[in-house]
Design a binder for this molecule. Structure first.
Ligand code: 4AD
Ligand code: MG
Length: 430
């Protein structure tokens, strides 16, 4: 039996058993009020002195915050109780009496302190709500792709080479040699398309990001679809559909959690295709007009993305960046060889990039040339070049960052709360 079923009104006047943890406890006269959490929800239960055995009432009096218990009782509808229902306890069994002085109290704690006790912090209502949304976003990504005939083909985590630039590689000793933690599974899903047509990988990716911004982790999770024969335009259409699907699904299934987070859902409801689009060049002009000191040819930074994303009510694609500020594998724009056929999808409300995607180079000669221009070791990419030797096709794909997406959907100020145990430049504990 779960608390969520009680809150859904399915068990009113029924006898129930709940296994969970004490969130808060107070007493007033002959009644003790226990708020209990079981992983599906939180409910108030009451213990009336004249309705239970003496021992039960005394035991309840000793309970500390986070003690684990099993209760039996009757579900009552009660307008005064948070959530509209309460359980009138008949029996209570103590499973474990939690140590006194639970480190996270009612007073305000600094984020650094809370991150240091993340193993406990993830139990609090706000963190539970965020992590429930995260789980829903991940499920939505997978369901969306599975329903459309994509095959999940996981990419390795230990790799011989860079995908997104050598500056952020984590090096790992590898039996007298060295390997790198993957920055993106892209190159491997590119191999898989020739076997399956439409594929995706989902897994952790790693970047030795030196930036201490509110939207960078050193370990984050990415969904990376890759599609044979997809043009740049096909790719954008798929992204629109997928993001719309994720948002709709979360609004539908995680209403209660978004309420806990006090998320105004009206802006989210606007995420419907077609999304807005502007070129990189237009974005630069827009920024320059607004007084930003940025030149054509420079990459957009966080403040720039924020500015652009605030100009639109829907997610907006910023497309066709200069070749020099993008990765080596991107297909040139046939109308302007200084540009590549790529787009970043910026989430609205100031959030900025949640997806990076592009059409990939399918011509062997051009790809060899780019590997050289980017100063990359050709030996490490021989296997990848093979994909352009045997049955090469135009193809496209993208990577959606789970944490960035959750950050936007939950409207959080910082990315660290979107993942159970965040990893940043400053933190690998707990
Ligand atoms: O734009 P990125 O670097 O693109 C790639 O890795 C491509 N190889 C993906 C592909 O085409 N298959 O990263 C993709 C997304 C970003 O849009 C962002 O959401 C997220 O990954 N991301 C990060 N999230 C948190 N912390 C970081 N340090 C991130 N770096 C990228
Ligand atoms: Mg990017």
């Amino acid at each position: 039996m779960s608390i969520s079923d009680i809150l859904d009104g399915k068990l009113t006047e029924k006898e129930v058993e709940i296994k969970g943890w004490i969130v808060t406890k107070r007493s007033s006269g002959g009644v003790q009020f226990l708020v209990i959490r079981d992983g599906t929800g939180t409910i108030q239960s009451t213990i009336h002195k004249d309705e239970v055995a003496e021992k039960i009432f005394q035991d309840a009096d000793k309970l500390t915050q986070e003690s684990s218990i099993i209760i039996e009782g009757i579900v009552k509808e009660d307008k005064r109780a948070p959530g509209g229902y309460e359980v009138r306890v008949k029996d209570l069994q103590l499973v474990h009496l939690a140590a006194q002085e639970y480190p996270i109290g009612k007073k305000e704690h600094g984020v650094d302190f809370l991150m240091g006790v993340r193993q406990l912090w993830i139990r609090s209502p706000r963190q539970i709500a965020i992590l429930k949304v995260r789980a829903e976003v991940i499920k939505a990504c997978k369901d969306f792709l599975d329903e459309r005939g994509f095959t999940l083909t996981d990419s390795p985590i230990l790799t011989p080479s860079a995908v997104e630039g050598v500056a952020t590689l984590f090096e790992v000793p590898y039996f007298g040699d060295k390997a790198f933690l993957t920055q993106s599974g892209q190159l491997y899903v590119e191999a898989a398309i020739a076997a399956f047509g439409k594929v995706y990988c989902f897994g952790p990716t790693f970047r030795a990001e030196r930036s201490k911004t509110s939207r960078h982790l050193t370990e984050f999770w990415m969904v990376e679809p890759e599609m044979a024969f997809f043009t740049f335009e096909d790719n954008l259409k798929l992204q629109e559909e997928m993001v719309t699907y994720i948002v709709k699904r979360t609004l539908e299934k995680r209403k209660r959690e978004l309420e806990v987070l006090k998320r105004d859902v009206r802006p989210l409801k606007k995420a419907e295709p077609p999304f807005d689009r502007i070129s990189y060049t237009e974005a630069i002009e827009m920024l320059q007009k607004a007084g930003y000191r940025i030149e054509w040819g420079e990459d957009l930074g966080a403040p720039h993305e924020k500015f652009v994303s605030l100009k639109f009510e829907k997610p907006v694609f910023v497309h066709r960046y200069p070749t020099k500020v993008r990765a080596f594998y991107m297909q040139p724009d046939p109308d302007d060889p200084k540009l590549v056929l790529c787009a970043d999808l910026m989430a609205p409300e100031g959030y900025g990039e949640i997806i990076g995607g592009s059409e990939r180079i399918h011509d062997l000669k051009l790809l060899e040339q780019r590997i050289e221009e980017f100063g990359l070791p050709k030996e490490a990419y021989e296997w990848y070049l093979d994909l352009r030797r045997y049955g090469s096709v135009p193809h496209s794909g993208f990577g959606l960052g789970i944490e960035r997406t959750v950050m936007w959907i939950c409207k959080l100020k910082h990315i660290r709360e979107t993942i159970p145990f965040p990893r940043t430049m400053k933190r690998v504990y707990p």
